[in-house]
Design a protein around this ligand. Structure first.
Ligand SMILES: *[C@@H]1O[C@H](CO)[C@@H](O)[C@H](O)[C@H]1NC(C)=O
Ligand SMILES: *[C@@H]1O[C@H](CO)[C@@H](O)[C@H](O)[C@H]1NC(C)=O
Length: 430
């Protein structure tokens, strides 16, 4: 072991090596194995040949934009209901560069693109419905590898986690939806933002961001994989405040493989724990605003960091990836949980996309890989949850692979599923 825990490998930010070893050892108890049983059972039950398919998506569903000029590896779809468009980020470079799953292939690694998808009318031709956004003043060139996005409508500010080759960071853009233009505003980096995944905005200058692993695969593939399979609470939820001259960041929760995050209401935050097959709910306690008698509270540092206290967990029979929230005009609200039904299928699917999706690579591939490419799949699973109605499964299938995010515009009756390594988007209409 010592080799892996070598200080210099683990050096830098994040928890110390002994904290991590402690966390991993505690994790290895009988209670722990009992807890892990459902996760391991899913390896068997959810294999593509055994998986029980479910479709409760309503009237129709289609895989769109999957053709030659289409898009692929769109992990994000963020619906802006007020104007009936979705902001979509697609990173074909994820086939060769994935810091979460540990895929690091040599250049060329293309960068991500942002699109606006106008989903209002089913009759809009696909070629008009999906438009690429021009990035203006982005200093990183093609070094944009998107994971989570969040959009502040009042200020048109788009936040985007970027697993850049130059290091983990969050890019901030001013997005003009109608002009199809995103102007780079700033790059946010901080030692506590070491593996940024999903963002949930509190305001245009304050947000929560998850770090899925303590040790990203860029630093050690092996330790990162141990974290994934043993599931110690080494992922973090970090509160970030951009109001001051310096970026203020604080860890507010530790979660095994912290992935999607959503603020459900004024008092509850939901965080998906991929490796635990659960969504955890936390009670959010804001810190009081500094009173006029203490004018230095802001400068004093952490006074405005809210507190997250674990409240309860929702178990799901798959590996939850991302979360989204829909709210209807009548006030009904539900959490959508999208994720992966079968980890081994996803791992193989991810590791072979750079071959299966590339003519030149495929023609050089060995016969077994070539055959696999023809039938390869990574089962998707989408469910929704509310306290009143509990968990309801919407889509379990292999037709559209590797679902990472699902979002729904309840009033228009339109939903989108975005697959980590899928071609196109799955769009459903109710
Ligand atoms: C998760 O879903 C939200 C809401 O649709 C979206 O804004 C965000 O970009 C997604 N995050 C990831 C990591 O895909
Ligand atoms: C927020 O959501 C949680 C989880 O559904 C619920 O228990 C709580 O009552 C809600 N709080 C408010 C203020 O609506």
């Amino acid at each position: 072991m010592s080799r892996w825990w070598n200080k210099s490998r683990l050096g830098g930010s994040g928890p110390s090596a002994s904290t991590l070893i402690g966390a991993l050892l505690i994790a290895l108890t009988a209670a722990y194995l009992y807890e892990r049983a459902p996760f391991l059972a899913a390896f068997y039950n959810n294999a593509p040949e055994r998986l029980v398919r479910v479709n409760n998506l309503g009237r129709s569903h289609d895989v769109k934009f999957a053709g030659r000029d289409g898009v692929r590896s769109c992990e994000d779809a963020l619906m802006v209901e007020s104007i009936g468009v979705a902001i979509v980020a697609c990173d074909p470079g994820r086939e060769r560069w994935n810091t979460v799953m540990g895929v690091f292939l040599p250049d060329p690694v293309p960068g991500a693109d942002i699109y606006i998808y106008d989903y209002k009318s089913a009759s809009t031709p696909d070629s008009e419905a999906l438009q690429r956004v021009e990035l203006v003043g982005f200093p990183g060139g093609s070094d944009l590898h998107t994971l989570g996005m969040a959009f502040d409508e009042t200020t048109s500010t788009l936040f985007m986690t970027n697993h850049a080759k130059a290091g983990p960071r969050i890019e901030v853009f001013k997005l003009e939806v109608n002009a199809l233009k995103a102007t780079h505003v700033r790059t946010v980096s901080h030692p506590l933002i070491h593996g940024p995944n999903s963002i949930a905005l509190v305001s245009s200058e304050e947000f929560f961001v998850t770090n899925d692993h303590a040790i990203p695969a860029t630093r050690s593939k092996f330790v990162s994989m141990l974290e994934t399979y043993l599931a110690p609470p080494t992922g973090t939820v970090v509160h970030v405040d951009l109001r001051g001259a310096e970026v203020e960041a604080d860890v507010v929760a530790r979660v095994p493989f912290a992935n999607g995050i959503e603020i459900l209401n004024a008092t509850t935050v939901a965080v998906a724990s991929t490796s635990r097959g659960a969504v955890y709910l936390y009670t959010l306690t804001p810190r009081p605003l500094p009173s006029s008698s203490q004018p230095n509270d802001d400068k004093a540092g952490h006074k405005r960091t809210p507190e997250l206290t674990y409240a309860t967990g929702i178990k799901v029979p798959f590996l939850p990836d991302n979360l989204s929230l829909w709210r209807s005009k009548t006030g009904e609200t539900k959490l959508i949980i999208a994720g992966h039904a079968h980890a081994p299928s996803l791992t193989r699917f991810a590791a072979t996309r750079h071959i299966c999706n590339d003519h030149a690579e495929l023609s050089r591939a060995d016969p077994e890989t070539a055959r696999y490419c023809e039938t390869a799949t990574a089962p998707s699973w989408v469910s929704e949850w509310s306290e009143e109605d509990g968990l309801r499964h919407l889509y379990v299938d292999t037709e559209y692979p590797s679902s990472a995010t699902a979002a729904r515009d309840a009033d228009r009756g339109v939903g989108i599923v975005a697959g980590l390594y899928a071609k196109g988007l799955l769009v459903w209409r109710e």
